[in-house]
Design a protein around this ligand. Structure first.
Ligand SMILES: [Zn+2]
Length: 484
C-alpha cells in the first residue's frame, strides 16, 4: 500500500471460498485455459515446488548498455565459447550486478531484430503484431535457424486496431509481401538536419563527446563556450557553407525530378536561411540538457542546504542523503557522454535526438524519465512523446530491469515558477471543438479548420512538462507531486 493512501486488508484466514452453483451441478463454463493454469499452480504449490519460480528473465533493449546486452547474449546462448567469455569477464559482471548463470528468457525490443544470431533459440513470443511483414520475418526468423523447428506465438491485442486487422488476415502478416522501406526524402526536418550536418562539418568544430566541454558551466544559463560561439558565428561562415549545403539540397531535389516540396520557397533562399539560423538552432538544441542539469543542481543544492539543519530525525537524514545521491547521479550521467557505452548524452547523439543533426531517432524529441539506481548508477529512460503522455503520466508505473517505479515528480525548468517560487506560471489553452486543434490564446477562428471559436471555454492552468522523475514504487519521495 502506498504511504499516502488509506486501505484495509482482509486476513486470508477470514475468507472462505465456496464453489458456486454451476460448479456443484457440474455445468461450469469458465475459461479452460485459466482454470487449468490455476489448478496446475495450486497442485504444484501443494507439492512444494512450482515451475513458475526461479525463471530468470532479463531485458535486451536500447535502455540497457551495449556491454550489458552483450553479456546477456552470452548468458542466453551459453555455448562453450560464451561460457569462457563469461568466466573471463566475471569480475565486471559481478560489479554490475549481472549474474553469470544461464539465462533462459530474454525480453527484447527491436534491438534484437538486427544482427544478433542465436542458433539455439527455439521459441519467440511477440507481444504485439509487428508493424510490417518485414519486421515479422526479422523477429520470427531469430528462432529455428539451421533447419531446427521453432515455435512463434504472436499475441493480438483486443484494443489494437492494427493487431485486430492482422488477426483477421493472418496470412498477410505471416506470408505477406515484404515491401522495400519508403521514406519521404523531402521531409522538412530531415532536409534541415542534413544541412545542419554539412554546416557543422564546414564550421570545423570538433565537438567533445561530453557536453560540459561545449557549454560554459561557470556562467549563468550555461551559454556556449566562447571559443565555440566565436567559430560558429563567424560572418564568413554563412557564405562558406552555402555552396556545400546547396549541393546536398540539389541531390535531394534531383531525386524528385526537381519537384520542390510544398513547404520550400526558392532553394537558394532556403539554404541561406538555414545557414543564417544554424548557430542559434545549435545553441537552442542544448536547452533540454541545460534544463535537466539545472534541475539536478538545484536538487543537490536544496538537499545540501536541508542537511545543514540541526535536529533532523534519522528518517529525514536518510531521505536527504538519498536526494543528494540521486542528484549527483544525474549530474554524472549528464556530464559523461562517452561514445562507447551508447550514452544518450554523447554530444553528437544528443544533437540527433534533439533533431539538430540527422539520426536514427524517429520520432525525435523524446521525453526523459530519471530512474534512481538503488546503489548503482541511475539512468534516464526515453520515450516518444505519444507514448510518454500516458507512460510518464502522474503516478504511472514504469517497468525497468525487473523493477517497478512510479512517476513521482515533474522536472520543471526554473522559469515556470513565479516570483516567490510558490506558484507555477501556468497558462490557459483553447481547444477547437470541431477538430481538436490547440491554441495558446483566444482566437477568432481555428488555425486548422477555420471554425469560429467564439465562446469556447479555455482549459485552465495548463503546464508543459518535458521530463519526469520516478521513485521506486515502495519508497515514497519526500517531495510532493507537482502537476497541473
Ligand atoms: Zn479546428
Amino acid at each position: 500500500m502506498e504511504a499516502d493512501l488509506q486501505g484495509w486488508r482482509l486476513s486470508p484466514s477470514a475468507v472462505r471460498v465456496i464453489p458456486g452453483e454451476a460448479v456443484r451441478k457440474g455445468e461450469a463454463q469458465g475459461n479452460h485455459y485459466f482454470h487449468d493454469l490455476y489448478n496446475v499452480i495450486a497442485t504444484d504449490l501443494k507439492a512444494g515446488h512450482s515451475s513458475y519460480w526461479g525463471l530468470e528473465g532479463r531485458e535486451h533493449t536500447a535502455q540497457v548498455s551495449q556491454r550489458q546486452r552483450e553479456w546477456r547474449e552470452w548468458r542466453f546462448r551459453f555455448e562453450q565459447d560464451d561460457q569462457e567469455k563469461l568466466a573471463e569477464y566475471a569480475a565486471d559482471l559481478r560489479a554490475s550486478g549481472e549474474s553469470e548463470q544461464f539465462l533462459p528468457a530474454m525480453f527484447c525490443s527491436p534491438t534484437m531484430e538486427l544482427g544478433v544470431d542465436i542458433s539455439a533459440l527455439n521459441a519467440v513470443y511477440l507481444r504485439n503484431v509487428p508493424p510490417t511483414p518485414a519486421n515479422y520475418a526479422q523477429r520470427a526468423g531469430r528462432a529455428g535457424r539451421s533447419g531446427q523447428a521453432a515455435v512463434i506465438v504472436t499475441y493480438c491485442a483486443a484494443q489494437s486496431p492494427h493487431d485486430q486487422y492482422f488477426f483477421e488476415r493472418r496470412s498477410e502478416m505471416v506470408a505477406g509481401v515484404v515491401r522495400p522501406p519508403a521514406l519521404d526524402i523531402t521531409n522538412e526536418e530531415l532536409v534541415r538536419s542534413h544541412l545542419h550536418a554539412v554546416w557543422l562539418a564546414e564550421a570545423k568544430v570538433a565537438l567533445s563527446p561530453d557536453i560540459p566541454e561545449i557549454l560554459d558551466l561557470k556562467r549563468a544559463d550555461y551559454p556556449l563556450k566562447q571559443e565555440i560561439h566565436d567559430v560558429i558565428n563567424r560572418a564568413m561562415l554563412v557564405s562558406m557553407t552555402r555552396l556545400p549545403m546547396k549541393r546536398v539540397l540539389d541531390q535531394i531535389l534531383a531525386s524528385t525530378e526537381g519537384r520542390k516540396p510544398v513547404w520550400m520557397g526558392e532553394p537558394d533562399d532556403f539554404v541561406s536561411d538555414v545557414a543564417q539560423r544554424a548557430p542559434q538552432e545549435f545553441d537552442r538544441a542544448f536547452d533540454r540538457w541545460r534544463e535537466l542539469y539545472n534541475s539536478a543542481r538545484t536538487q543537490l543544492m536544496e538537499a545540501n542546504a536541508r542537511s545543514e539543519i540541526t535536529g533532523l530525525s534519522g528518517a529525514d537524514r536518510r531521505r536527504i542523503k538519498a536526494a543528494q545521491m540521486q542528484a549527483s547521479d544525474q549530474i554524472t550521467i549528464l556530464e559523461q557522454g562517452k561514445a562507447s557505452n551508447g550514452s544518450d548524452f554523447y554530444s553528437y547523439r544528443y544533437l540527433a535526438t534533439e533533431g539538430f543533426l540527422p539520426g536514427y531517432n524517429f520520432p525525435r524529441l523524446p521525453l526523459y524519465a530519471f530512474i534512481p539506481g538503488e546503489g548503482k548508477t541511475g539512468s534516464f529512460l526515453q520515450r516518444a512523446r505519444f507514448l510518454a503522455i500516458s507512460e510518464f503520466g502522474p503516478r504511472s508505473l514504469i517497468y525497468h530491469e525487473g523493477r517497478a517505479y512510479r512517476v513521482m515528480k515533474a522536472k520543471l525548468p526554473p522559469e515556470v515558477r513565479t516570483g516567490d517560487g510558490s506558484e507555477l506560471a501556468t497558462r490557459d489553452i483553447f481547444i477547437c471543438s470541431n477538430c481538436g486543434a490547440c491554441h495558446d490564446g483566444e482566437v477568432e477562428r481555428c488555425h486548422a479548420c477555420n471554425t469560429a471559436m467564439a465562446g469556447e471555454v479555455p482549459v485552465q492552468r495548463t503546464l508543459r512538462i518535458d521530463n519526469v522523475e520516478a521513485a521506486q514504487r515502495w519508497c515514497m519521495d519526500p517531495l510532493s507531486t507537482v502537476w497541473r
